[in-house]
Design a protein around this ligand. Sequence first.
Ligand SMILES: Nc1ncnc2c1ncn2[C@@H]1O[C@H](COP(=O)(O)OP(=O)(O)OP(=O)(O)O)[C@@H](O)[C@H]1O
Ligand SMILES: [Zn+2]
Length: 486
Amino acid sequence: MTLSIYNTLTRRQEPFTTVEPGKVKMYYCGVTVYDYCHLGHARACIVWDVVRRYLQFIGYDVRYIQNFTDIDDKILNRARQENSSMETVAERYIQAYFEDMSRLGIKEADEYPRATHTMNGIQRLIHDLEHKGFAYPADGDVYYAVRKFDEYGKLSGRKLEDLQAGASDRVNIEDAEYQKKQYPFDFALWKAAKPGEPAWESPWGKGRPGWHIECSAMVRDRLGDTIDIHAGGADLIFPHHENEIAQSEAVTGKPLARYWLHNGMVKVDGEKMSKSLGNFTTIRDLLDRGVDPMALRLFVLMAQYRKPIDFTDEAILAATNGWHTLREGLLFGSQHGKQLGWENLELNKSQLEKFEVEKFTTAVNDDFNFPGGLVVIFELAKELRKEGNIIVHQGKTATSADQLWQKWQTLVTLADVLGLTAQPEIEPISQDSLSNAEIEDLIQKRQEARKAKNFAESDRIRDELLAKDVALIDTKEGTLWHKMNN
Ligand SMILES: Nc1ncnc2c1ncn2[C@@H]1O[C@H](COP(=O)(O)OP(=O)(O)OP(=O)(O)O)[C@@H](O)[C@H]1O
Ligand SMILES: [Zn+2]
């Protein structure tokens, strides 16, 4: 079975074919940099990282571009609050983005264009839109005339008439922007400079670009008129991606993207996790609480990528459990390889178990079914864990070293496609284990140390537990713990 994927644009699962054979051009709408990334961003970044890795695994040459939105009202508000500049805020959170994503093992994109670095491309596009009659200036702003683009609404399935009916009682006619627009759903391509805000020279006067135009300009500059995959969270389908299509396709007359892919939301109590709503947990908070980055990856990949997922402590604990099983399988080579006569542990793609690889690709080829791929990975990990136990307890196993080598190579290779890797040197597996009562006692002592603000002691206790394979997760309701070898 070859790869087929669900396309938001056609609302169908379709065979995957590319503009240029063997090559994939992919663009992902990245973060607006005004705060630390939360678990919703983690999901989006993990999903698209794994999609890219998988496409490479099945032989595509992938060019992957992800933007940073570094001009935005939210960034300006943040700069005002802390009495700094838009650049300072943006730089800080771009830096933080790279720190967090490297902890999660996200591969870097080929390029990270920023709105502030794309001013020529943005202005060229607005100029072309104006020239073709899709945009009109209004008092220093420039707006896109949505009624001029016949196909407006084709991605989201929303019709302008319905939008208008739904919004008539919510439109603020006092709003300055509203008064400049010829039609309420026209959107800003360029906004006239406001006092004290950063601004760029342009044919329409000093100002700054709207949000949607930056992505159209970046795609056009970096990847060309038609790309293969345009990705982002499902919250971006309308209006952001609808507007990107309207802008780009009005100018080029060609489809902006062959496939529109959208990841489902991370939710908290049924609501989207969001910076704006304030119901978020940052990636760094979660990892600093002791959750393994690979467990977070598993939390994301255990769900079909388009479906929403609820963030709960229990779900993270279940993923942590899964990760410890998988980790044991991945560490099989470093733990038992010497005894089995393996000289080095280098991976060799020609020595994989073809049948298992096929099961894995058959699963994932069905609309990036990563949970299906994980089933194959977990089967291998459990088999190797069992073999490891036999070796430890009986000194040897009846399975041949060659067979085990193939299994282990296959496991490590397939897990790596999902970005799941284990480091033996920083994750030693100890032999002596603690009783439940001893663990509870140490957790109690750690709580007391934390209450007394003796963080050195509380960290020491956490490390002591970790060295004995007991992981802690602090939650609002107290500390949960988990034995990593179970
Ligand atoms: N809760 C979520 N679950 C999954 N993906 C998300 C979530 N929130 C944001 N994303 C995705 O992350 C990427 C970057 O989002 P962006 O920086 O625009 O966040 P945002 O929506 O402005 O933030 P917020 O809504 O948290 O204020 C987008 O592709 C977006 O769809
Ligand atoms: Zn975008």
